[in-house]
Design a binder for this molecule. Structure first.
Ligand code: FCB
Length: 457
């Protein structure tokens, strides 16, 4: 159990997202986002939870940054809330919104913590949704303008920029099965959203380059798609289909330049792809300096030529693909725990695509941690430590096999608003008591602190 060392300069940190932690939903001129609307719609989020207060990080950021420093974090990945910067998604910039990220950035730099910005972690301004959201081409254009505005204010101090977080979720969960905001259920809209999100990434990348950025990239949640039966031809077909709709639909246009033929054909059976305009694929394929990988669990599929598949979030696959129930032990999300999936995924991207530096921008697990509201006793989350330990070993194995992996950011620094699951799922290495806003580092936080200080396990 010993002797694992990561490369020199390997970056260790933690990640969060604006809507999940900031609260202050009406402060300083912030506009409405699709998650405000969605979380207030009865039946959409567990127990009607909203991000109105969340972890109140907007007001407590200074203490939170001090805690990050105490834990030895070298990097912190946070997202900027578009409706704080442009309340209506386009038009005038709200300086008070930028002021918050300015203060946060300076607090991080003051403690020697490297800020890593995500420009879009799902909180689209509601005004833009009212005009079609990610099914509208103009949203991609507005995103580039917004990106330029944030860069103009913070670009002198922030070295690493990522455009989008997990466009798969924005498109398929937001517009396909409707489990996430804005809650649209329309397979064609999901594919239109995929394209406009990728276009938004490409246009924002151009805008950031024009501003002079050193490092720009995107974060995906690529899937390790596995066959139920490695010998079955039908299962191999199902793997190819799901891999196309989950992985290659993003990785190919970003890293190779254009959508794969089989994916194009699948999409064309569902919707006429009029949204793909000549020249778009060139914009999307602009070189990136970093690819962020979020990994939690593998996906096992079986082919169902009889048409008796069980659905899933992938438009047009319901009949032909069965998504296998996860096999335990499971996390509190009901997700499988399979660290080897992370090694396979990293190696596959390194093997199948042109070289690009990788960073694990999210990895972690929810468990029903019991905290004490007085903050005096430890939260002993041994299961989370085991999860993180296994995945760090898996990441290390990928490095040993030659993958260019530059860093690891745990999801998440704090327990927070877990989207449709509200506050009932706890991913933090730091416990949050939502009644008092007291933060208590869990055992995993202390363990992680040790990992960082040794640069290994
Ligand atoms: C990812 C999201 C992140 C968090 C984790 C558990 O898909 O990017 O915000 O919810 O899942």
């Amino acid at each position: 159990m010993s002797g694992i060392r990561f490369p020199e300069n390997f970056l260790w940190g933690a990640a969060t997202a604006a809507y999940q932690i900031e609260g202050a939903a009406r402060d300083d001129g912030r506009g409405e986002s699709i998650w405000d609307t969605f979380s207030r719609t009865p039946g959409k989020v567990y127990a009607g939870h909203t991000g109105d207060v969340a972890c109140d990080h907007y007001h407590r950021y200074a203490d939170d940054v001090a805690m990050m420093a105490e834990l030895g974090l070298q990097a912190y990945r946070f997202s900027v809330s578009w409706p704080r910067i442009q309340p209506d998604g386009s038009g005038p910039v709200n300086p008070r919104g930028l002021d918050f990220y300015d203060r946060l950035t300076d607090a991080l730099l003051g403690r020697g913590i490297d800020p890593i910005v995500t420009l879009y972690h799902w909180d689209l301004p509601q005004t833009l949704q009212d005009r079609g959201g990610w099914t509208a081409r103009e949203t991609a254009e507005h995103f580039a303008t917004y990106a330029a505005a944030v860069y103009a204010r913070l670009g002198d101090r922030i070295g690493t920029w990522t455009t989008l977080n997990e466009p798969w979720c924005s498109a398929y969960l937001g517009y396909g099965n409707g489990v996430h905001a804005p809650g649209v259920q329309d397979p064609g809209a999901a594919f239109s959203a995929v394209h406009h999100l990728l276009l938004a990434h490409g246009l924002a990348t151009q805008a950031l380059r024009a501003g002079g950025t050193e490092r720009v990239g995107i974060t995906l949640n690529p899937a390790d798609v596995r066959p139920a039966d490695a010998e079955s031809a039908a299962d191999a077909d199902a793997v190819r289909l799901v891999d196309g709709l989950h992985n290659r639909i993003f990785l190919d246009p970003l890293l190779v330049g254009g959508y794969p033929d089989d994916v194009r054909e699948h999409v064309a059976r569902i919707v006429e792809p009029v949204f793909v305009v000549d020249g778009d694929e060139k914009i999307i394929a602009a070189p990136i300096d970093l690819l962020g990988i979020n990994y939690y669990a593998p996906t096992y599929v079986a082919g169902r030529p009889d048409g008796a598949g069980g659905g899933g979030a992938y438009p047009g696959t319901a009949a032909a693909v069965e998504f296998l129930p996860p096999v335990g032990p499971l996390t509190d999300m009901g997700w499988m725990i399979e660290p080897a999936g992370l090694t396979r995924l990293l190696e596959r991207i390194a093997t199948d695509y042109p070289p690009v530096p990788l960073m694990i921008t999210e990895n972690g697990a929810a468990f029903p941690d019991k905290g004490s509201s007085d903050g005096t006793s430890q939260v002993r989350d041994e299961d989370r430590i085991a999860y993180l330990d296994g995945h760090l070993r898996a990441a290390h194995e990928a490095i040993a096999r030659g993958v260019d992996l530059r860093g690891y950011l745990v999801w998440s620094l704090l327990d927070n608003f877990e989207w449709a699951e509200g506050y009932r799922k706890r991913f933090g290495i730091v416990h949050v008591d939502y009644l008092t806003q007291r933060r208590t580092p869990k055992s995993s936080a202390r363990w992680y602190q040790e990992v960082i200080s040794r640069n290994g396990l």
